[in-house]
Design a binder for this molecule. Structure first.
Ligand SMILES: [Mg+2]
Length: 250
């Protein structure tokens, strides 16, 4: 925990796991917080194998590999641009507008969209599924997640892990055109839960997207500093710091 005295009116001196006990609602980030192993993008990735596994036949290997790489690179650059956090594009739209994608048939673009989702999806480990279940016994839970693809495969993964019912609301960035740190996503979750902001804490692993965004939305925050490297000068200031979600649940 850092700078415990910076939030007047609330005693932030107690460490985890008691940190969460003072909040009725816990909003959770997804990737790197409770779901891992996603975002398998890069030159070493065999997008062609995924395309063929999904039934793709028409496109040459180089076209598949190059188009997916260009799409991920384009969306990645927009993701890092703070000016674009409320005008973030959809995968299919991005594929259509790429020079490499312009002449491809719609059915092929939709297959490539599924290839991207397959490489983006991670998994909720059993220990984290148990932690979410324990958290849900004492708090109302919400999810506020940044993803490029449409949310279907993630909802299926939450159901597989047995935790979908634990969340009173789920906000996925790809439902609209905003991504964290846009406060619109945090506001959407708070509005859906109809709860005073003082009763809400946000837990996430990205200082820029989670801690910066949630703080701007008037929420207390827990930063998951997975690498243990701490903050740099100028980084957003979390209310609390832990190394792992499991630490918070006890
Ligand atoms: Mg994250």
């Amino acid at each position: 925990m850092e700078d415990a005295g910076k939030h007047p009116g609330r005693d932030l001196t107690a460490g985890p796991p008691s940190v969460l006990s003072r909040f009725a609602v816990v909003l959770l980030d997804m990737n790197g917080t409770l779901l891992f192993g996603g975002d398998r993008f890069g030159p070493e990735q065999d997008y062609v194998a995924t395309y063929r596994a999904l039934g793709g036949r028409r496109l040459a290997a180089g076209v598949v590999q190059g188009t997916i790489a260009a799409c991920y690179e384009t969306m990645g650059a927009i993701y890092e641009d703070p000016a674009r956090c409320d005008s973030f594009p959809q995968v299919l739209e991005t594929l259509r507008e790429l020079p490499a994608g312009r002449d491809l048939p719609e059915a092929e673009l939709q297959l490539l969209e599924r290839v991207i989702a397959a490489h983006e999806l991670g998994r909720i480990p059993d220990a984290y599924a148990r932690a979410i279940t324990r958290l849900a016994a004492a708090h109302r839970l919400g999810l506020v997640a940044n993803i490029l693809s449409r949310k279907g495969p993630w909802l299926e993964e939450f159901a597989r892990a047995g935790v979908l019912h634990c969340f009173a609301t789920t906000v996925f960035s790809s439902d609209g055109s905003s991504i964290k740190p846009s406060r619109k996503l945090f506001d959407r979750a708070v509005t859906a839960l109809a709860v005073p902001r003082a009763e809400v804490v946000f837990v996430g692993d990205s200082l820029r997207c989670d801690i910066g965004g949630a703080t701007a939305a008037g929420l207390a925050t827990v930063w998951i500093d997975r690498a243990g490297h701490g903050r740099q000068a100028g980084d957003p200031q979390p209310s609390f710091v832990v190394r792992d979600l499991l630490e918070l649940v006890g």
